[in-house]
Design a protein around this ligand. Structure first.
Ligand code: PAF
Length: 279
């Protein structure tokens, strides 16, 4: 597996390869959810294609009150995970190479970014779109894999690819869960033992509401009530939205998503599950 640091080294590597180039963008702190994404990428690329993973803790997608400095950076383990899952190359750009001091061009998605996490994390998706657009331009993948865990991010990246004509096929991978239902996330490491024990109740509440109820508003109310009962939990939002437009889901005629963000102590956890259309 090749480690690529500079833009020039990526370009030189990219020039030499043909066939599928499947890209997995990450911020590091790789867990088994990421590992599954890289394995999916390997399957998609096949023997003739290539898999490249980027590890870049993107400062511009963190808000002023979100501490980028305290984000875990277990680089050695990250490299091991990439190698084990079958990556051909890892791209590890520096912040200085990615962002010049006089940078002045950003990618701003103006519709889907204004709802759900966009309300509580202003500027976050601008940072995500900007870095993903830059990474697409540098790596020039044929395919890029994003996990369904970050459903809003996925919807926004799809919109960006469509509206800016990136020649990249976006591939999705289902959320990887721990055995108790908690969605795998780098943020789970921030939970105390007590919080970690309570965290699966969020997904359980979502599952139970979706199994029992049909009406999108009733589902949201049931989740909000259940989250209120979890000690130390504070609901940021629970919403039922259209899978593509992220607009509030009025009925169950089209495919929807139940999306939830909950503060458990200081840690903000997000999760989402599908609401298949009801006949
Ligand atoms: O999902 C993430 O880890 C990040 O938002 C991404 C897509 C790697 C951009 O920094």
């Amino acid at each position: 597996m090749k480690s690529l640091i500079t833009m020039e080294s990526v370009r030189a590597w990219r020039k030499k390869i043909t066939g599928k180039v499947v890209f997995v963008p990450t911020m590091g702190a790789l867990h088994h959810g990421h590992e599954a994404l890289i394995r999916d990428a390997r399957r998609l690329a096949g023997l003739k294609g290539s898999v490249v993973v980027s590890i870049f803790l993107n400062p511009i997608q963190f808000g002023p009150r979100e501490d980028v400095a305290s984000y875990p950076k277990p680089l050695k383990n990250d490299i091991t995970v990439c190698r084990r899952a079958g990556a051909d190359a890892v791209f590890l750009p520096t912040v200085a190479d990615m962002y010049g001091p006089d940078r002045s061009v950003f990618v701003d998605e103006e519709s889907l970014s204004s709802v759900l996490c966009g309300r509580s994390r202003p500027g976050h998706f601008r940072g995500v779109c900007t870095v993903v657009a830059k990474l697409f331009n540098i790596v020039q993948p044929t395919h890029a894999i994003f996990g369904e865990k970050d459903w809003q991010q996925l919807a926004i990246i799809r919109r960006m690819v469509r509206d800016l004509n990136f020649p990249v096929e976006i591939v999705t991978a289902p959320t990887v869960r721990e055995s108790d239902g908690l969605a795998a996330s780098s943020r789970n490491a921030y939970l105390t033992a007590e919080e970690r024990a309570l965290a699966p109740l969020i997904h359980a509440a979502m599952q139970s509401a979706v199994e029992k109820l049909k009406d999108p508003v009733a589902i949201v109310r049931a989740v909000a009530r259940a989250v209120e009962k979890i000690p130390g939990a504070r609901l940021d939002y629970a919403e039922t939205v259209d899978s593509v437009t992220l607009l509030p889901l009025k009925n169950r005629k089209s495919a929807g998503r139940l999306a939830v963000a909950v503060f458990l102590g200081k840690t903000r956890l997000i999760d989402n599950i599908g609401l298949p259309p009801h006949k």
